[in-house]
Design a protein around this ligand. Structure first.
Ligand code: THU
Length: 131
């Protein structure tokens, strides 16, 4: 991959790999560790609808499989015209591994971006321990 390829470009290409025959909504996600390493995922739908997997959950699985347990940034793109934000369940999944202030960056097909911290997206998220 060319060093000048942006994360937005990578996610745009990755959207083609989403398995979304039921909704037609393609989502791609990159989870970034403290050293800048990226772990990618797409949504994977299933004929038994509730078994479908969000792109964020896919990417978090890839990260944990690679030994990454700290997330400093999450990038999300979709084929919908507007900016998309992770669903409620995925916000909780991100929180599990998020460093304080972990940024969630959303990227529209036309290149527009916006970002929020995970604390903004999921105030008072569930944690077993505080501190
Ligand atoms: N989806 C994601 O991949 N991430 C989200 O945060 C919200 C929704 C997927 C799930 C389903 O395959 C499609 O988008 C439509 O809901």
């Amino acid at each position: 991959m060319n060093a000048s390829t942006t994360i937005a470009d990578q996610l745009q290409r990755l959207l083609a790999n989403a398995h979304a025959p039921y909704s037609g909504v393609h989502v791609a996600c990159a989870v970034e560790g403290p050293d800048g390493r990226l772990h990618l995922g797409v949504n994977v739908e299933n004929a038994a609808y509730p078994q479908g997997l969000c792109a964020e959950a896919s990417a978090i699985s890839a990260a944990v499989t690679a030994g990454e347990t700290r997330i400093v940034r999450v990038h999300v793109a979709s084929n919908l015209p507007d900016l998309v934000w992770p669903c409620g369940g995925c916000r909780q999944k991100i929180l599990e591994f998020a460093e304080p202030g972990c940024e969630v960056v959303t990227i529209a097909p036309d290149g527009r971006t916006d970002s929020r911290t995970i604390e903004q997206l999921l105030p008072e998220g569930f944690r077993l321990e505080r501190g």
